[in-house]
Structure formats: C-alpha cells, structure tokens
Ligand binder design. Structure first.
Ligand code: NDP
Ligand code: 8X3
Length: 251
C-alpha cells in the first residue's frame, strides 16, 4: 500500500525563506502547496519540485481571495498538515514621524492580516482532523524595536503575540504552534525594503556572514519533525556576529 505523504502549505514560496522552506519540506517527504504572487517564480518552483508541488497564485492581503484559494484546493490536497505563514515584508527604513503611510498599510496588511487570514482558513481543518502544525515566521525585529524599524518591528511584535495567542487557544488540541524568529537573512528582503535599490540592499549584509534561507528552513523542518508530544514554541536564530536587532558586529 502506498503511504500518502503529509501536505505543507508555504506562503511566500517564490523567494527567500519561503522558497527554502518549500524545498526543504519537499526533501523531508512533504507534498507542498507553494503560494505567492509571482507566477513565473511559482511555476518554476513547481517545475523543479514536480508532482509533489501545487502552485497557488494569490495575494494574502485579500481575505476573500485567500479563502477562495484554500477552498479551491483539489480534495486530495485539502488536508494540510503544516502551514508555514512566511509571506511578509519590510518597506522603508525611516523615522516613524516621517514614514510613508502606504508602506505602513502594506506591511500591516501582509505581515499581520495576511497571516491571520491564512490561519483562519487553514487551522479549523487541522482542529477537525486532530492533527496539524502552524509555523509563523516572526523576526528578531519583534523582540525589540531598532532605529527606524518602528512599524515593521511592530508587525513582527504582533506576529509574536498572535502566535502565542494561537498556541494558547489550541492547547486543548493536538495542533502545535511554532514561532521562528530569524535575524539577518540574505534574501530579496532588503531589496524589497529599499524599493529596488540593490546597492543599498547589499550593504545590509556587508561585513557579516548573514543567515541563508536554508538555515531558517532547517529550523522549520526540525520543529515539524519533533515527536507529537514535543512543541517547539519559539526559536530565535541569529548570525554569529548579530546579538539583537540593533547589535551587529561587522568586520
Ligand atoms: P523575500 O522578499 O525574499 O520573500 C518574501 C516572500 O513573501 C516572497 O515570496 C513574496 O512573494 C511573498 N509576499 C510578499 N507579499 C505578499 C503578499 N501580499 N501576498 C503573498 N505573498 C507575498 O523575503 P524573505 O524570504 O526574507 O522574507 C520572508 C519572511 O521572513 C517575511 O515574513 C520576513 O518578514 C521574514 N524575515 C526575514 C528576515 C530577513 O532578514 N530576510 C529576518 C526575519 C524575518 P511574491 O512577491 O511572489 O508575492
Ligand atoms: C528581518 C530582520 O533585522 O532586518 O526581520 O529586521 S531585520
């Protein structure tokens, strides 16, 4: 008899940490639903991973579309075992009183509301089946604000509180909840933050060996592979020469 593989859904799988999570979970034996807004990158990941990958193109900020995307899954892909809420971004690095309110809206709508919409769409099925694991990607930025990080740090502090709340609300179920808080990871993150300024983005990782998406994906796979009675509640993962959101020693 063929064993049905477990299913993971990764938001923001078209780049960086999410793409690494999709690859690592696939390598660990999962079928992966990969989501994002960029069709070319999504299809190329699907081509790479083959029949055990299903692309879903949608914007997590649109609640109705996110719900419809999850509801549109073919029956054989509907029983999601692992949800990785990864889609997110920082926009700008300005003083709060000089910030761009459009950037604020995008960060709040994506990092907080998008994560909530996906949780609301997927977790009831986990509770019903008595099985599941939610991994939210927070950040060291959510532990304490750093200069000019204001709203981005606030969204990641919200992710921490929302994750803790979910873990409390699911404590009477077998569904596990993990918060992974990376420090500096070299991805498209800084390019997006600086609105496409690649030179400024590259400077963020100068003089320090930053983390890679795979470093974070390895932590995600560790958490979801733990025995059922073990709940990895939270992981803070930093580059060796980073001590907090503000303390980074560059050579
Ligand atoms: P990337 O920019 O490389 O990847 C971000 C991903 O999020 C992309 O796949 C993007 O896909 C997706 N995304 C963004 N907005 C939306 C949206 N509205 N709807 C659907 N998908 C969206 O950055 P990272 O991989 O670094 O970031 C991933 C997560 O990790 C974020 O939550 C970030 O805050 C967090 N993080 C990053 C750190 C870092 O230093 N890089 C450190 C700590 C946390 P597409 O454009 O196709 O929609
Ligand atoms: C991303 C890491 O330190 O740039 O969350 O905010 S940092």
């Amino acid at each position: 008899m063929t064993q049905i593989k477990p299913t993971a859904l990764v938001t923001g799988a078209t780049s960086g940490i999410g793409m690494s999570c999709a690859r690592r979970l696939h390598a660990a034996g999962y079928r992966v639903i990969v989501t994002g807004r960029n069709p070319a990158r999504l299809n190329s990941l699907k081509d790479e991973l083959g029949a055990d990958a299903l692309p879903l193109l949608f914007d997590v900020r649109d609640r109705e579309i996110a719900e419809a995307a999850v509801a549109s899954l073919p029956p054989s892909w509907r029983e999601i075992d692992v949800l990785v809420n990864n889609a997110g971004l920082a926009l700008g690095l300005d003083k709060e009183h000089e910030g761009d309110y459009r950037d604020w809206d995008t960060m709040i709508d994506t990092n907080i509301k998008g994560l909530l919409y996906m949780t609301r769409a997927v977790v009831p099925g986990m509770v019903e089946r008595g099985h599941g694991h939610v991994v939210n990607i927070g950040s060291v930025a959510g532990d304490a604000a750093y200069a000019n990080g204001n709203v981005y740090c606030g969204t990641k502090a919200a992710v921490k509180a929302i994750t803790d709340g979910l873990r409390i609300d699911l404590a009477d179920t077998p569904v596990r909840v993990t918060l992974v808080k990376p420090g500096l990871v070299e991805t498209r993150f800084s390019e997006v933050r600086f609105h496409g300024d690649t030179e400024r983005a590259a400077n963020v990782y100068k003089g320090i060996s930053p983390l890679t998406g795979n470093d974070i994906a390895d932590a995600v796979v560790y958490a979801v592979s733990a025995p059922p009675h073990v709940q990895v509640a939270e992981m803070l993962i930093l580059a060796t020469h980073q001590a907090s959101g503000s303390v980074i020693c560059r050579k």
